[in-house]
Design a protein around this ligand. Structure first.
Ligand code: SF4
Length: 83
């Protein structure tokens, strides 16, 4: 799971914006203005039951991380968390 969902900066972060772009999902912010320091992104190839493949991009650590539990969910109430 991407640590960004519980980060204070998820709605301002350029790195998270890029992760959303790679996942092809809607952006939480159209104008991110913070550059994360040393984000380390785990990229994995996922195969589903049909044999189709997709790529997961998860930030696993980041020097700019500031914990704010539920930050992503507070921006998207009622929406399922990104995988
Ligand atoms: S953990 Fe780092 S990459 Fe993720 S939203 Fe926070 S500052 Fe951005």
């Amino acid at each position: 799971m991407c640590i960004c969902i519980n980060c204070k900066y998820v709605d301002r972060c350029i790195t998270y914006h890029n992760v959303e772009t790679n996942h092809g999902v809607e952006h939480i912010s159209d104008l991110p203005d913070i550059e994360a320091k040393n984000p380390r992104i785990h990229v994995s190839l996922i195969e589903d039951h049909n044999g189709d493949h997709s790529i997961e991009w998860d930030v696993r650590s980041c020097d700019s991380f500031q914990e704010e539990l539920g930050k992503w969910s507070s921006m998207r109430p009622g929406i399922k968390l990104p995988a």
